[in-house]
Write a protein that binds this ligand. Structure first.
Ligand SMILES: *Cc1c(COP(=O)(O)O)cnc(C)c1O
Length: 253
């Protein structure tokens, strides 16, 4: 693939599409869209795909992430109807199956990020959720683009159970959202990747304009995506310091 050629074809008008396309390519998704943060990405996806309809979420994932991002509140703001299933510590595929109705818009999986449950816990995998027959949306939060990123000679222990965006897509997620400024190592942004038909619906929603990323952000996302696509992580500060590969990187929030 000729990235330079593609860059040259990224005209002014399609600049927005272009950054999204490049990130999508870097994680094996059909299409992508960049907005101003991940909270906006989740809100926009829910509003565009599920307003007035039901969204199934595990009770164990009704979490608050730093900065006051609370899953039930974002759901309410979007106009989607929260259908919580399972229990705080254990939720099975059958819990979701029993909750699917003609009014189900999608199943939402939220990565708990800075919160962890240990012990007697169980959660349905993305691959299991993909058998439900409704789109699966994953809020992956941190945005580790690929679990098998080649420059990680061994998976750093601080990555723990961070889901790879590519692996979520491969497991059958229809949409994955994540932050630009966590493990992606880019600017403050929210990235939406996934099925082209669904990303198109999201991009056309009225809220998309209100939460769209500015030109500088798009340019920064584009260069980060190109670094991943070229396999050269050294230009991404998060991974360049060496501590990003072998130790704990400096992380905020
Ligand atoms: C960090 C995070 C958010 C909020 O992302 P921002 O880019 O800070 O808006 C939402 N969901 C999850 C799972 C997160 O980890």
């Amino acid at each position: 693939m000729n990235l330079e050629y593609r860059l040259e074809t990224g005209t002014r008008g399609s600049r927005h599409d272009h950054a999204g396309h490049l990130v999508a390519e870097a994680c094996g998704a059909e299409a992508g869209l960049v907005v101003n943060n991940n909270a906006a990405a989740v809100l926009l996806v829910l509003a565009a795909l599920a307003r007035g309809r039901e969204v199934i979420v595990s009770r164990g994932e009704l979490v608050e992430i730093g900065g006051g991002f609370r899953v039930p509140d974002v759901m309410a703001e979007s106009g989607a109807k929260l259908v919580d299933v399972g229990t705080t510590n254990r939720t099975r595929l059958s819990d979701y199956e029993h909750a699917v109705t003609g009014d189900t818009a999608l199943a939402l999986r939220v990565h708990a990020s800075n919160y962890r449950m240990v012990g007697f816990v169980e959660a349905a995998s993305v691959a299991e959720l993909a058998t439900l027959g409704v789109p699966v949306v994953v809020d992956a939060g941190s945005g580790l683009l690929d679990d098998t990123t080649p420059w990680l000679d061994r998976r750093p222990s601080w990555l723990r159970d961070e889901p790879g965006v590519r692996q979520c897509i491969e497991a059958g997620a229809s949409i994955v959202t994540f932050s630009g400024d966590k493990l992606l190592g880019g600017p403050q942004a929210g990235i939406i990747v996934g099925r082209r038909d669904l990303v198109d619906v999201v991009a056309r929603h009225a809220l998309a304009r209100a939460v769209r990323a500015d030109k500088l952000t798009l340019a920064a996302v584009q260069s980060v995506a190109l670094a991943y696509l070229s396999g050269d992580a050294s230009s991404i500060p998060l991974w360049a310091r060496g501590d990003g590969v072998r130790g704990e990187p400096a992380r905020e929030g």
